[in-house]
Write a protein that binds this ligand. Sequence first.
Ligand code: ADP
Length: 342
Amino acid sequence: MKAAIAGGSMVFAVHLSISVMAGFTAVDEASVWLFSGIAAIITAASIYAYTAFYLWRKIKPVEELLDALIAKEFDSVSVPKHSGGDEVGVLLNKAGEASEAVEQEFARLFRLENYRKDFIGDISHELKTPIFAIQGFVETLLDGALEDEKVNRHFLRKTMKNVNRLTILTNDLMEIAKLETGELKSYIQPVYLSDMVHELQDMLAHRAAEERVELDFRISDEKIRVMSDRNQMRQVLVNLIENGIKYNKPGGKVTLSITDSKASPGKVQVKVKDTGIGISEDHLGRVTERFFRVDKSRSRDKGGTGLGLAIVKHILESHGSSLKVKSRLNEGSEFSFCLKKA
Ligand code: ADP
């Protein structure tokens, strides 16, 4: 715009000079008016042509960009960064920024939509198995097994087992949905890990005994305090220790150790190690994926939902930490992470 004004001023100056020169050299007054009139028309036409061309050249990319936005074709137009500080340049840069913001928003909505579709697909798939099982057992009972003392309790127990599975599944689903959408916030504060460890020992002893697995909990200092959300950290430890029990062998062991981290001063390392079935190299990278299970029937049989490690991963991320996994098939696995000391 500034350039247009400058151009206009130049042409106007030329026009003025012509008029003055004409004034000096003209024979009569009518000729002076004629010269001035012609010069004025030329000036006006030049300013109009220059401004129209200038604006067209600058506004064209904005128009192309808006057309691309309307057609949602973000890749087809690249907006050149305009370095000039004039109004059209600023407008062009703003249009470029707006286009980038809209493109990012579209990409985010697209990802969300895909996530929603995948999630619904996964949920319906997971719900189908226990629901069909319950349907089958209830039908069998109604068809006469209810009166048969030898089998009725057996079918009812199986029905109950599947109802329990549905309850665990819906709880885990609600948890993961809240974590993945960012609805569940972590209330991070100083927490004594020793309290939690003793609580877990009591809570998991029965389950470990059922599977004939020994629990060995070691904490290097009873006074260790970490920055964490108490409930979420309990959930992390329960999921990891329960996995250590579930995927173990009779006579095996699960060791929980809590020590000062040697590699990262000011941090505490939490490690859950088991002597269980282990995870092969090709499955290791996928265990924290939602609904990924190496052996579906073993997981289901042990009450697994395939969401435990995905929940662990999300909780640790919200604590600024990450889960490390080492494993050897048939030898055992080790899950570890670090937390900031309080
Ligand atoms: P699940 O509810 O099936 O246990 P998780 O998300 O906790 O789901 O674990 C995903 C999968 O990773 C499990 O199904 C199992 O195949 C494997 N896994 C997890 N922890 C262990 C472990 N300690 N030892 C061997 N395999 C494990």
